[in-house]
Design a protein around this ligand. Sequence first.
Ligand code: FE2
Ligand code: FE2
Length: 202
Amino acid sequence: MSSAPQSGPTRKHGGAAPAKHQGGGQPFLSDIQELRRRAREHISQGAVTPGYHADRDTVVKLLNEALATEIVCTLRYKRHYFMAKGIHAEGVAAEFLEHAQDEQQHADQIAARITQLGGEPDFSPDGLATRSHAEYVEGDTLADMIKEDLVAERIAIDSYKEIVLYLAENDPTTRRLMEEILAKEEEHADDLASLLEGMGSH
Ligand SMILES: [Fe+2]
Ligand SMILES: [Fe+2]
């Protein structure tokens, strides 16, 4: 069994808070910073175009990063679903499956919006993990899987919030979509925090 988490799970509604403590020695912190830096870089390229009041290229680029995030999250939850089933953790497995289905739906909604904006959804497996804000981490134990999913949700929450703020009044349709997805990710984070608490693994 791997070591217990060093910091307790986020409490209720804490999923919306920035991820500040993810246990010691985890390698993903710098990656997150790099991914966030890149997301901000794209945001700073924003320019208002006539008619459509956002920079379409920037919005499509941001949406493609969100799409990659959703695909990676779908894959990670699927992996966790089958592994949890294998160790007879049926309740947790059911939660993983439900989340996987939600993330798949988010991916579809984002892809549809990209085409509405005249862009092309990027489903290429090449570079998928790099485009994604969240990471694909398998996790050794059930608690590890839940923790990794919680970290990924918190990353998505932060980056989607930035996208919502960037879109502001310039593209209300995309903003509304991302707000809906953001609310669902916060629900996911809350579910995972409750699961961790229920396991008493901390
Ligand atoms: Fe999602
Ligand atoms: Fe999620």
